[in-house]
Design a protein around this ligand. Structure first.
Ligand code: F6R
Length: 363
């Protein structure tokens, strides 16, 4: 795929990050294009259609890509495939045991992150089959791994990963559908993937995230909670917020609140609760919302409206109702917008946060 000068310019946006947030409908369309047959209800990634169903999956990644790995591992475990996500820097020095048929998947936007390459090389040296899920064609990870799947998000210039995270989640979903060899109907998932670009566009067109900055932009800290695949979104929401705004932000699994973080919760620490669907996880997260509200914290629900989250929260960032695996992508777009507008109001150098580099090629 080739890109024009316009793809790498700011196209009238104040920052690359904002441009890249707004490019997401198109990036997601490209990631999905030609990879699903809606009539047959089948997803096919030709580049990996010969991989047998793995006995287990180990993801290795850093930063935002690690959050995509957490999402992928959570989805695989729900399907019944043993899967874990590892921080690449930890994996390289103390790799977990490999069982027969383990597939090691490195998620890396750049394909050049030293820690991720180190973890993948460690897995290769122990005989594991490896796969790179990456954005950069012919990157080191793409060249060295046994298999490669491209997320096709296009160039990302802002240091903070935005569109590539969304595309990593779609890439993970497609990859999982390709390698898991069990009879099932993918039609509902395919329909939601097909609608995803317009659902993201709707968030971009109607989000009230910027308005929330007036009310909550001057807080002492920001917390993000979720359960299941939304844990990945909570962690990513916090990472995005802290790296570009320099404000304290922390994300955790909602169930962990009472095991420590609750001590930090005050009326000056807004809590973003990601609540999608209306299952047991959603119900338990509603209980967590009440817990933090009882300590005076304002709660912003990021929700599809299926549960009562919007009724009990102090403010709401709405997303459309979609497949449970796709909802985290939409929720994350709302959090990207909030982080961007907080950082912009504070006058931070959004595209180049201090001390950070786009590609971390040293350990
Ligand atoms: C945060 C961010 C970083 C990267 C991390 C891994 O917004 O972009 O946390 O995700 O440095 O980079 P890649 O994906 O290139 O391996």
């Amino acid at each position: 795929m080739s890109y024009t000068a316009e793809d790498t310019g700011k196209s009238g946006y104040d920052h690359y990050m904002l441009k890249e947030i707004y490019e997401q409908p198109n990036a997601l369309r490209q990631c999905f294009a030609g990879r699903a047959d809606a009539l047959e209800g089948k997803i096919t990634l030709e580049e990996v259609d010969s991989i047998p169903e793995p006995g287990a999956v180990q993801f290795v990644a850093c930063g935002t890509s690690y959050h995509a790995a957490l999402y992928g591992a959570a989805v695989l475990r729900e399907i019944g495939i043993p899967a874990d996500a590892y921080l690449a820097s930890e994996y390289a020095l103390s790799p977990p045991p490999l069982t027969l048929g383990t597939l090691v998947i490195g998620i890396t936007q750049s394909g050049e992150t030293a820690d991720t390459l180190g973890a993948l090389r460690e897995a290769m040296s122990r005989g594991a089959s490896t796969l790179a899920l990456t954005n950069v064609v012919n990157s080191t990870a793409a060249r060295e791994c046994d298999h490669v799947v491209y997320i096709r998000a296009g160039p990302e210039i802002g240091v903070a990963a935005t569109k590539t995270f969304s595309s990593q989640l779609v890439g993970c979903t497609l990859l999982i559908e390709q390698v898991v060899d069990r009879p099932r109907d993918c039609r509902p998932l395919i329909e939601s993937l097909r609608d995803l670009p317009s659902d993201v566009q709707q968030v971009l067109d109607s989000s009230s995230a910027e308005l929330l900055v007036e009310k909550y932009g001057n807080s002492e800290a920001y917390f993000f909670i979720g359960r299941g695949t939304n844990v990945a979104v909570a962690l990513e929401g916090a990472l995005k917020c802290k790296e570009i705004s320099y404000e304290h932000a922390e994300g955790f699994a909602a169930g962990e609140l009472k095991h420590g973080p609750l001590a930090l919760v005050t009326p000056k620490t807004p809590v973003f609760a990601i609540v999608t669907g209306n299952d047991e996880r959603a119900r338990k997260t509603l209980a967590n919302i009440k817990e933090v509200q009882a300590r005076g914290a304002p709660v912003i629900a990021v929700t599809d409206g299926q549960s009562d989250a919007a009724d009990i929260a102090d403010a709401t960032l709405m997303i459309s109702e979609t497949h449970e695996r796709i909802a985290p992508i939409l929720a994350n777009v709302q959090l990207q917008l909030f982080s961007y507008h907080v950082a912009n109001a504070l006058g931070r150098p959004i595209d180049k946060p201090r001390n950070l580099a786009k590609s971390v090629t040293v350990e």
